[in-house]
Write a protein that binds this ligand. Sequence first.
Ligand SMILES: Cc1cc2nc3c(=O)[nH]c(=O)nc-3n(C[C@H](O)[C@H](O)[C@H](O)COP(=O)(O)OP(=O)(O)OC[C@H]3O[C@@H](n4cnc5c(N)ncnc54)[C@H](O)[C@@H]3O)c2cc1C
Length: 383
Amino acid sequence: MIRFAFPSPPPDPRAEAFRAEVRTFLTRELAQRPPIARAQSWNGLDPAFSRKLGQLGWLGLTWPKRYGGHERSALERYVLLEELLAAGAPVSAHWIAERQSGPSLLRYGTEAQKSAILPRIAAGECFFCIGMSEADSGSDLASVRTRATRVEGGWRINGAKLWTTNAQHCHYMILLCRTGPVDPERRHEGLTQFLVDLPTPGVTIRPIRNLAGEHHFNEVVFEDAWLPDDAILGREGDGWNQVTGELAYERSGPERFLSSFALLVELVRMLSAASDDRAQIAVGRLGAQLVTLRRMSRSVAGMLQAGADPALEASVVKDLGALVEQEIPEIARDLLADGPPTEASRKFAEVLAYTALQAPSFSLRGGTREILRGIIARGLGLR
Ligand SMILES: Cc1cc2nc3c(=O)[nH]c(=O)nc-3n(C[C@H](O)[C@H](O)[C@H](O)COP(=O)(O)OP(=O)(O)OC[C@H]3O[C@@H](n4cnc5c(N)ncnc54)[C@H](O)[C@@H]3O)c2cc1C
């Protein structure tokens, strides 16, 4: 029996009008952005660009106006995201805050937390990082060992988070901690999320360089860091439910199949000069896969908007999306690696090399392939 489906969200005529507006802005704003910078996709960091989006009213698009949002539809937001990514806009500074931290705050935050922070995210002035993974606690997130201990007026935190993207640029981390006893029978209990105002005494951010030599992620060490009582996000002990809700936002967006899109654009540009049947078939196949993924991902956006819990569907989008994203550099190399050296082929090779170095991480970040397939198998009743 099929246990999941990807219904089309109801059409929204305003979304296509908005697309034209976004394209006009991006064509003007990114006219000088070279292909290699576009290839950075949602790793490209430019706080001034994020502020500009905030000033245009394009962050927190679906949030209530009283928290700085604009009460527009999930489809309008979807159109904005895919246009930003397809153009290779530098969106990394605000991406996590707008995608998942803001929605978590809206759902679980106190009135004081919401009114203090959400308008700043919507203005493109407040950035967030994700404090989930630790050494030995990535896939098995319930095994986190960073501990929050109750003390007078607040909590004392000890432990270390790993692979924390952009912590060095962020104003807040949403931190997953163990607050209750470790019970092997009930591993998902006793976890709590906290809002950590960065920088704060007792918290050290140490850089980690990735395969390409870039500094995107970090180790964040907590040594007797003190957090006030009102730093708890949501309910004490409810961290597991909150984190799994957050992951549906993290796994289903268009960034989960457009990470290699700049390379595809360059590939098509190169092939347009002299294309053969093999190249046309390969590019046609990729196009068909991306169109299908886009429909599925838009469907998940509709489910999230409707308040459903599409954890299974989001896992399918991320798993299939990562396969296509990782296939694009392979196909590009296969079709064009041996061309004669020209100015155009040099630029193409630069984008290919960059994307090929990033590609292994596509099926790790946000949940590995094996973990996603485990979720899908469970959703299908196979385990
Ligand atoms: C670019 C990038 C950015 C990241 N940013 C962040 C961030 O901002 N914040 C954050 O908290 N984390 C971040 N992460 C961490 C990411 O979430 C973890 O790398 C991921 O969850 C895997 O955890 P791990 O690295 O500990 O690998 P492990 O969990 O040790 O897994 C190693 C391998 O074993 C496999 N495996 C593990 N358990 C099972 C199982 N039960 N069954 C079958 N196979 C299994 C995995 O699939 C994987 O192939 C980032 C990672 C990357 C690559």
